[in-house]
Design a protein around this ligand. Structure first.
Ligand SMILES: CSCCC(=O)C(=O)COP(=O)(O)O
Ligand SMILES: [Zn+2]
Length: 185
């Protein structure tokens, strides 16, 4: 993600589910292109650190919200790419992606003759309040799509494991980059 410019400065955060009620997450403020094991820590599904002397990602509540809602989720990625940032600032409450072969990277889509409505929620520095808005969107029908955008901020994508989360993120970033390029034509 760093090599692709999706986590500039100290942006972005990553997590994996270690087992029931245990999540490994990046610590806050570390550069995601220079991670070492010391930049990771463990929290429970409510985001409470096992080692209270360490500060987890400021967005840990969004990662934990994914694990609480989706028992099959094993890894979650958050980045701040240019296409995500620009398009989410111009979008309404969703971005429709249709006609792309790469839609097949998403669960349940077997053809490019499909579309997904990618939720976009307003940014909020209050992560608990932001998570409540995300949950309301899931309850309203957005629950089948393993990702969402935060306006002017970034993207969250998850999968059963880290390779699947990364594959979905790459597919989504590719399609959003195409959408951005198309607007320049
Ligand atoms: C400098 S990026 C602002 C915070 C943010 O949006 C982010 O993704 C990184 O926050 P963290 O606490 O996980 O380092
Ligand atoms: Zn962020």
């Amino acid at each position: 993600m760093d090599a692709r410019g999706w986590v500039p400065a100290t942006a972005g955060n990553f997590s994996v589910r270690l087992g029931p009620g245990r999540v490994a997450v990046t610590r806050s403020g570390f550069h995601k292109g220079m991670l070492t094991p010391a930049a990771l820590m463990v929290v429970d599904e409510q985001g409470r650190p096992e080692d209270a002397s360490l500060r987890p990602s400021a967005e840990t509540g969004l990662h934990c919200g994914i694990y609480r809602r989706y028992p099959e989720a094993g890894a979650a990625l958050h980045g701040h790419s240019i296409p995500v940032t620009v398009l989410s600032r111009r979008a309404g409450d969703a971005i429709t992606l249709s006609g792309y072969e790469l839609l097949k990277a998403f669960p349940g889509l077997a053809t490019h003759e499909a579309s997904i409505s990618l939720p976009v929620v307003d940014n909020d520095q209050d992560i608990a309040r932001l998570q409540a808005v995300v949950e309301a969107r899931w309850d309203a029908g957005a629950a089948k799509i393993p990702g969402y955008l935060i306006r002017g901020h970034g993207v969250y994508v998850w999968g059963r494991d880290m390779p699947e989360a990364l594959l979905r993120l790459e597919a989504l970033e590719f399609m959003l980059a195409c959408e951005l390029e198309a607007r320049k034509l």
